[in-house]
Design a protein around this ligand. Structure first.
Ligand code: B1M
Length: 209
């Protein structure tokens, strides 16, 4: 019952409702993992499906994601205590020359909502920075975002740099962004393409399962 409240509050983007629900659930000695999966992640998944079906739009997703982050802040110390592991990790960034990050941030939130750890490198990220981040974090997936037709080509450069560093078989590469198509993804040798943030989290989860 209390988790249903958390779930509904998250979908509404109600930060204090989410926090209050989590505190109640913890006071009832509920497992942090149960609160995470049945309260937060399932709600975020519903938001993702609604977003995919055009039932909710970018502002609602951002508001829900903010509530998700507030809930996660409360829950994280308990999860660490009880040893809940993330299901995988992603190094994510907008490629060199490109400053657009609204879509990339949505992708990050949906990935985090799906239980992945995300190392967000920000915008205008060079191929060298992606390579260094792979060496540092050893992620399962590298996510590249581009919004400009003039920066899409950078994605190929990143893939080539990853190959040159001998890291290509250690990671799957996911690409996305408004001008990116699945054909383009295939042509540059990416492994995964996602049209939007919800698809990105579905594709990542599917790959990790
Ligand atoms: Co820019 N801009 N912009 N801009 N901007 C576009 C992209 C543009 C289409 C506008 C237009 O002309 N109609 C156009 C690109 C044209 C082209 O290349 N074909 C353009 C241009 C030209 C420019 C400048 C060059 C303008 C100028 O200065 N002359 C300049 C470039 C700066 C640079 O990057 N070097 C520029 C600057 C800016 C702002 C800074 C003002 C601002 C960015 C603010 C920010 O991001 N912090 C901005 C904005 C806001 C836009 C528009 C209006 C909106 C983009 C957006 O946030 N959409 C955009 C026009 C438009 O798209 N309608 C435009 C909402 C967001 C949720 O969607 O980013 O597509 P989107 O992300 C989606 C999917 O693409 C996907 O999932 C997301 C969520 O569903 N996705 C992934 C994204 N990354 C993914 C990664 C994945 C998987 C899926 O896997 C890893």
């Amino acid at each position: 019952m209390v988790l249903q409240g958390v779930n509904q509050a998250l979908q509404r983007g109600d930060v204090s409702g989410v926090k209050q629900g989590i505190q109640e659930a913890l006071a009832q000695n509920m497992e942090p993992r149960t609160i995470l999966y049945d309260g937060l992640l399932s709600a975020m998944e519903t938001v993702g499906v609604k977003f995919k079906n055009n039932e909710v739009f970018v502002p609602e997703v951002l508001i829900a994601a903010r509530a998700m982050n507030a809930g996660m802040e409360l829950l994280k110390p308990k999860l660490v205590e009880t040893g809940v592991e993330s299901i995988g990790s992603v190094v994510l960034g907008t490629v060199r020359g490109d400053l657009h990050d609204i879509g990339k941030n949505l992708v990050r939130m949906m990935l985090e909502g799906a239980g992945l750890t995300v190392y967000d490198l920000g915008v205008d990220v060079s191929a060298e920075k992606f390579v260094a981040a792979i060496e540092e974090h050893n992620p399962d997936i590298v996510g590249l975002s581009a919004l400009l037709t003039t920066t899409m080509g950078e994605m190929k450069g990143v893939i080539e740099a990853i190959e040159a560093a001998g890291l290509r078989d250690r990671v799957k590469i996911m690409v996305g962004g408004a001008p990116v198509t699945s054909k383009f993804a295939q042509d540059i040798g990416a492994d995964l393409y996602a049209k939007d943030a919800a698809e990105a989290s579905f594709a990542a989860k599917k790959f990790l399962q």
